[in-house]
Design a protein around this ligand. Sequence first.
Ligand SMILES: [Zn+2]
Ligand SMILES: [Zn+2]
Length: 184
Amino acid sequence: MDQTFKEGNWTPSQWMDIFDDMLDSELDSGDQWTLTFNYSQTDHISTEERRRGWRVYSHCATGKFRCSSCSRKWNSARVVVLFRYRLRGREGRGTVIMRPFGQACLRCPDDDGFDLPGFTDKAVENTLSHLFGKIRKNCYEEEDDDDDDDDDDGWSVCSEKVWTKPHQKDLCEACLEGICCQDN
Ligand SMILES: [Zn+2]
Ligand SMILES: [Zn+2]
């Protein structure tokens, strides 16, 4: 298995491929689940959306960035990945919508926009296995065995041992939107 970072390049197909690979073993349901992307969604779920079955799950992952202007690279253990998901049981269709949060380069803070993270396959698998756990619990009413709280929506943090500098909130898109990883 490829354990190298995708060199700081955001690679949606990597997530889609691993999502598809994990589906059969993680969700043995016969329902058709798809992963799509939305780069502006928030963690807010309205009452109406919740009634229609939408849930949200945020994960704090380790990723690697590369500045699109100066090519500087950096690691971060606080990369926020936000998912919305719902199952339309009668149609047998499940939808997951993902948003990765970016970070801005230390050297080029005036550069417009954030760079999006690259991930190792392992980080993708780890993130998705937590997501599938939430889906099993909230869409299929299975027990969530690695859950230590009763919150439907929530956080989990995977701590891969990667050396990173202290988190710079002013360069983090998730911090600016007020939904960055909780300190523990
Ligand atoms: Zn830069
Ligand atoms: Zn942050």
